[in-house]
Design a protein around this ligand. Structure first.
Ligand code: AP5
Length: 184
């Protein structure tokens, strides 16, 4: 059965870590807008050049750069039998766009999984990782942007009864177990 999953959660919640595992288990692609953007920055594509400064500041990249990217990616052949979206949607406009796109593709999401982790745990996880945007000021800004723009996406899916909340402040294996139970 196709699995179409959306992973929500703040920076450092473990979306990418868990999406890798579930993607492997279910043989479905892990679609991370952050990974796509970082690859574009490294390759210095027009998208990467436009996105770079926003990412370094911890701001969201403008929707106009993201929406086409997602539309194209969900059209790839490997996405026919399911996918995991990690890092998208990031605001209510992206969520509404996705809802319309999935209705057109006749591919509604099966489940939205929201990983909850306290802010201070997130900050220490991210400082330990040392990605380019993992410095204290950018992390704080990413968290502010998360609370301002992405938390309303949780309400968006709560109203549609597709949301399940997972305690992400547990060892990774326990988080995987919770996710596996939630998506059967
Ligand atoms: P993005 O790449 O999406 O970054 P993010 O949301 O900040 O997510 P992270 O990768 O930091 O966290 P994660 O939840 O995936 O955690 P992870 O598994 O890596 O976005 C980066 C930037 O791109 C944005 O700021 C924005 O500019 C732009 N962007 C991306 N998408 C966009 C969109 N849709 N619209 C506009 N702009 C967009 O884990 C983090 C660390 O914690 C790792 O070291 C990991 O080993 C560790 N860890 C994981 N789980 C656990 C655990 N259970 N216990 C202890 N440690 C753990």
């Amino acid at each position: 059965m196709a699995k179409r999953l959306i992973f929500l959660g703040p920076p450092g919640a473990g979306k990418g870590t868990q999406a890798e595992i579930i993607s492997e288990n279910h043989q479905i692609p892990h679609i991370s807008t952050g990974d796509i953007l970082r690859a574009a920055v490294v390759q210095q594509t027009p998208l990467g050049k436009q996105a770079k400064d926003y990412m370094n500041r911890g701001e969201l990249v403008p929707d106009v750069l993201i929406l086409n990217l997602i539309q194209d990616r969900l059209g790839y052949e490997d996405a026919v039998n399911g996918w995991i979206l990690d890092g998208f949607p990031r605001n209510v406009n992206q969520a509404a766009f996705l809802e319309e796109l999935l209705a057109k593709l006749e591919q509604n999401a099966d489940c939205v999984l929201n990983l909850e982790v306290p802010d201070e745990v997130l900050v220490s996880r991210l400082l330990a990782r040392k990605r380019k945007d993992d410095n204290e000021s950018t992390i704080r800004r990413r968290l502010e942007v998360y609370h301002q723009d992405t938390v309303p996406v949780i309400d968006f899916y709560q109203q549609r009864s597709t949301l399940k909340t997972i305690d992400g402040d547990r060892p990774p294996e326990e988080v995987t177990e919770q996710l596996c139970s939630a998506i059967v």
